[in-house]
Design a protein around this ligand. Structure first.
Ligand SMILES: [Zn+2]
Length: 413
């Protein structure tokens, strides 16, 4: 059961110890702030009311929710949600920018990911390169970031009493990044090392295989991680100044109106709002960044099934593809994966049709697909579900055993 409360544009959410430590609220939740929060619209119960005005101030929450929430929109159009939980031991923040690998210029592939790395290398306000990571570490926390196809996420978690100090430094990433010349080439090497590490990762290899076989005129077909070849050597040969490209990318895409922020701390919501307003109001609103909807062009077409070495499933989806990963891969595993490109499902986030299908295929009870395969000795685990491709990993919502998480840890990805 849930209720909607509205108290001067603030609301409460439930207390959940696990959530206190969760550094990044789900992207879909952040994005859903843009949607009218129609009472009862998600079928989870409601009170009566209208949300035609100030629609973003409504939220549907369980009765047991005890956290206080507040949604705010700064003058520069940056939207944030602040969460107060007096019982939390850790504070955290996450900021999502609607720009990612699909926005890379074709001549500098991996630029969005490279920019993600560069933001951690000092700001005009706090120019020391190691400043941010050091402070997070000394505050019993860590920071991380990842670059996905269509967004880039930055987050940190620290001891609750260090939120203000760290949040100010975090905000400077987006208001006054340094992008020092000296750091540029050095960080290219860091990205290259990351790429070399990823070469041993079958999931990433599979991901690049999928991307490389997309329509060649679609940006999905590019290499999003970047390495020294794409970030340094090829551009140099072509007479391209990568740092200039970096600044142009930032100028074009890192705009306050294309960012969403979430902050959780012990302080009251009004204090959290004060911090966010104070630190993030300087983030420039370039206004030339239309918020990305979803990938409207289709990167896969019927040619996909003919362009590859594994035969498609007959009579199924035109672009269905079957991958057989042989045991001589990097890891000793046998995995069969089938991918069916489907239209964007974000508009259906309230009804989740893909998750329903995933549940049916991924079910593991008696009579399930996995049960039959196990009985025949053909499979030991099975997962099914819609995936969004992020940097090189799958992100999201599967059913059944063996689904992969969304990463974490201290390595920037
Ligand atoms: Zn990285």
């Amino acid at each position: 059961m849930s209720v909607i409360e509205r108290h001067h544009n603030s609301f409460k959410l439930h207390r959940n110890a696990a959530n206190v430590l969760k550094p990044s609220p789900s992207i879909s939740h952040l994005l859903s702030l843009r949607q009218p929060q129609v009472p009862g619209g998600d079928g989870s119960g409601s009170t009566s009311g209208t949300c035609e005005e100030h629609e973003s101030s409504w939220i549907i929450k369980p009765l047991t929710d005890e956290r206080a929430y507040k949604h705010i929109k700064l003058a520069n159009q940056l939207e944030a949600i602040v969460v107060s939980d007096p019982s939390c031991h850790s504070a955290a923040a996450a900021l999502c920018v609607a720009a990612g690998q699909l926005d890379d210029p074709g001549e500098v592939q991996g630029l969005a990911h490279f920019l993600e790395h560069m933001l951690f290398l000092g700001t005009h306000k706090f120019p020391e390169e190691s400043n941010f990571d050091e402070i997070c570490g000394k505050s019993a926390g860590y920071s991380n970031a990842w670059t996905s196809l269509d967004h880039t996420m930055y987050h940190f978690i620290v001891s609750h009493d260090r939120l203000e100090q760290v949040l100010e430094r975090f905000a400077a990433f987006f208001s006054c990044p340094l992008f020092s010349e000296s750091g540029t080439e050095r960080e290219m090497n860091a990205v290259d090392s990351e790429h070399n590490k990823n070469l041993k990762d079958d999931d990433r290899r599979e991901n690049q295989l999928l991307r490389s076989t997309c329509s060649s005129d679609h940006s999905m077909s590019r290499f999003g991680g970047g390495n020294l070849e794409t970030l340094l050597e090829d551009p140099k040969k072509a007479g391209i100044n990568v740092r200039e490209k970096l600044l142009q990318f930032h100028e074009r895409f890192y705009s306050a109106n294309a960012m969403r922020l979430a902050v959780i701390g012990k302080e009251p919501v009004d204090k959290l709002e004060e911090l966010v307003t104070s630190f993030f109001s300087d983030v420039p609103n370039r206004q030339n960044v239309p918020l990305r909807d979803w990938i409207s062009s289709v990167p896969y077409d019927a040619s996909w099934k003919r362009s590859f070495y594994i035969s498609p499933i007959s009579g199924s989806h035109a672009a269905c593809k079957l991958f057989l990963l042989s045991p001589d891969q990097v890891t000793e595993r046998r995995r069969l994966a089938m991918f069916f490109p489907i239209p964007p499902i974000q508009p259906f986030y309230k009804t989740k049709p893909a998750q329903l299908i995933s549940h049916l295929i991924g079910h593991e009870g008696p009579g399930s697909l996995l049960a039959v395969l196990k009985e025949l000795g053909y499979a030991s685990e099975l997962s099914a579900g819609p995936v969004r491709r992020r940097g090189g990993e799958e992100e999201g919502a599967g059913a059944g055993a063996g689904k992969r998480g969304t990463g974490g840890g201290n390595l920037r990805s």
